[in-house]
Design a protein around this ligand. Sequence first.
Ligand code: ZN
Ligand code: MN
Length: 466
Amino acid sequence: MKITPIIGLEVHVELKTQSKMFCGCSADHFHVEANTHTCPVCLGLPGALPVPNKTACEWCVKLGLALGCSINEQSFFERKNYFYPDLAKGYQITQLQKPFAINGKLTIDDHEIRINRAHMEEDTGKSVHVDGSTLLDFNRSGVPLVEIVSEPDIQSAKEAKKYLNKLQQIIRYIGISDADIEKGSMRCEPTVNVCIDDQFYTPLVEIKNVASLTGVMNAIDFEINRQVKQFEEDRQQKNSSNKTTRGWDADKNQTFLQREKEGSADYRYFPEPDIPPIIFSKEKIEEIQKNLPKLPGVKISEYKMLGLSDYDANLLAEDKDFSEIFDKIISLDNSNEFAKFSANLLLGPLKIIEIEIEKINPEYFKKLFDKKSELSSTVIKQLILDSYQSGLDPLEIAQKQNLFQISDTGALEKLAKEVIETNPKAVEDYHKNPLAIGFLVGRLMKVSRGSANPQSGKEILEKLLK
Ligand code: ZN
Ligand code: MN
C-alpha cells in the first residue's frame, strides 16, 4: 500500500504591538490581572466602534512580503459569526475575500510549500476552567492576530516541523512577534489526510489544541496512522471539503473526535460595516519591502559563499542578533579566512556559554586574527573567552600572561640551554633513547609558560644535544 500524507498548516501568530487590533487597550495579556486590559470595544459592548491598528496592518503586510506574497492594494475586513463564550461580540473581525497577503511560499529543502494567504484578524478572550466552572478573561480579546494558511503541500511530520521553524525564524527576524508556541503567541492547527495508492483520499481532519512543536509532529504521525487503519476498515473517502475536527491529547498521545465541522458558509461571513476598506498604495508596499531586514535564507547563502559549511551557515543565521554580530565582525576584514576564523570562535568557545551579544567586541576577533601566527589555537580560544568575560583587549591579556609563542630562535635557544643544564638525568636518558626528548620538550614548554612552539622547541633541543 502506497501512503502519501497530505498536510496543510494553519498558523496563528499574535503580533507584539503595544495596543490591540481595534481599540487602544494594551495588547499585553501574559501575567496580567484578568479583565484589566479591556474597554467597550474589546468587550464587544453594543455601539462600540472598532478602529484598525495601523502598525498591525503594516506588520501583516511585512510578513506577507517576507513570505513572498502578493499584497492586495485594497482589502477589507469581514465578520465571521459564531457563538462562543469567549467571543463577546458573537463574531470575529477577520479577512476572507480580500486578505492583505496572498500566494506566497516557503522552501523547505528544495521543496516548495505554497502559502495561500496571510490575513489579519483579532484574538478571542480566554476561558479559564476552575473547579468545575468557567471564568472568562478578556485581556486577550482583540489582540492582533495574523493567520498564515499553507496549501496542503507538506508531506511529513518532519517537514511540518521544518516549515514551522522557518516561519518562526522569519517572524522573529522581522520583529513582529515572539512566535512562541509553548507560550501560545504562535498556535498551529494541522489539517491532515492521506492519499492511498494514488487513488483514494481519506476524509479531512483538522487537529486542534496542539501546544508544542513535538506535539505537532506526534499529532500528525498519529493521525496518518489512524486514517490508514480507519480506511482499511471502512473504505470511507473524503467528500467535498468537509472537515472533521479532532483534539490532540498530549498525555495519551492520540487525537480524539471533537466535532463534525460546519462548512465555512455556516459562519455567515459578510463585510464589516464599521470599517472602511484598507488601502496600501504601491509606494507604501515598496517602502515596507525596502525596509525588510535581510532574511535568514539570504544570510545562509551569503555565509556559504564565504566558504562556511552549510551547518555553520545555518547556525550563524539561526538567531537574528547572533548573525548581526557575525556580520559586524566580518565587515572588518573581507577575507574568507577571517570569516572562517571568526565563525569557529563564535560557534566554538563562545556558543557553548550563554552569551550576551552586546558584550561581544568585533575588534577583538580582528586583533586575534592578525596575530594568529604568534598564538596557538588553544590560546586563541581561551583569549576570546577571557576578553569576552573581562572586556579586556585579548592581546593585552596575552602580553601580560606571556602567551605569545616564542618564534624568535635566539630566545628559544636560551631557554633550551637552561633546560639542558638543569636536567642532566633526562639528557642522559635521551642519549640512550631518543624518545626521551619528550620530557625535555615538556620542561621547555613549562619554563616558557606555554609560549614556546613545541615543534621548533623540539628541533632546537635536538640540535643542541647533538
Ligand atoms: Zn479594548
Ligand atoms: Mn483564524
